[in-house]
Design a protein around this ligand. Sequence first.
Ligand code: PLP
Length: 396
Amino acid sequence: MDQPVGRFAERISHLAPEGAYEVLARAQALEAVGRDIIHLEIGQPDVPTFSNVARAGVRAIQEGRTRYNPPSGVAALREAIAEDVGRRRGIDVKPSEVVVAPGAKPMLFFPTMALVEPGDEVIYPDPGFPTYAAMIGVAGGVPVPVRLREETDFAFDLEAFDGAISDRTRLIILNSPSNPTGGVLAESVLEHIAAAAKRHDAWVLSDEIYVRLTFGGVSAPSIAALDGMRERTVICDGFSKTYAMTGWRLGYGVMPESLAERLGLLLTHSVGCTATFTQYAGLAGLTGPQGQVDEVVAEYQHRRDVLVDGLNAIAGVSCQRPQGAFYTFPNITSFGQSSEWMADYLLKEAGVAVLPGTAFGVGGEGYLRLCFANSLERIQAALTRIDDALSKLDKA
Ligand code: PLP
């Protein structure tokens, strides 16, 4: 590659690819030479975009909804999101507090840019979605990872959290249900975090993208619903996981109106607006029948159980039953190898693509992430292959 003539800004020097894309590329290279690879690395629904949603998107294009729209989103969608978020979380949300964006990721990135000054500390989960650390760095913030521990069902280690928070903390990032652990933060944990946020005058960015994907009657409460938290919380959510719309790019944030106005300006000067027809597709998803979401969640729950039971039947592997999202996070410490080594071994030896826990921070060492948004048949085949491959390894 040509050497660039100029220097790059320091603020992007820490950026690294997301582990899922890296492993996908390696898996595809093996497929190109004829290997059959089972993909449990990428976190996206295996079902197609719901048909009523896809039809609404196509219709919107045919009707000419292909021009610019307001930076914070079309009014009808902002209204529908305000109603949906308010009803599901038991809070009062005005359309003016909703900001629509091309995916949920911008609603992680822009709030961080809007709230964090260089040198401000930001608390975030480790293991956690890699975008958190990436965007804290771009904003010039000081990353303060707080461990999620298996012993406490992958909730925040509250003792570590209490040690990490101070008046220097500007923002606390939460993710429940969690990627990569599938853990759900209980109301008592949220109460603890909320009290500390209020004491130290910190904002909370609550990534709730998996909130509709919970199992066995569990629901994931939102910190925004707790007393005095609406005014210091940004909810990040979107359509990618719930309506199988990962490639459409549609997400949103819910936040105090004054912050929503500033984020509208950030959108104005960055993306301009979110694709107009995509928003009409999302509107159909949100306001249409929700039965298909329930059906898919029931199917995920069945696959989760098959995967968790299968993993726990493999000598040396132990796996908690996640309460939400579509990931399992098995403990593989008994093999005495790093997560990175184990993921690489399973790809090459078993033809099963999984992510090392360390793709989500140092707190992920000793774990792998397997996505169960795949067919039962492929999950079962993956279990057989993993079992065969691991039986060849010594235990530590
Ligand atoms: N937050 C979490 C925890 C995720 O796992 C993902 C996607 O994998 C996102 C946000 C981003 O969602 P989107 O594709 O809508 O930008």
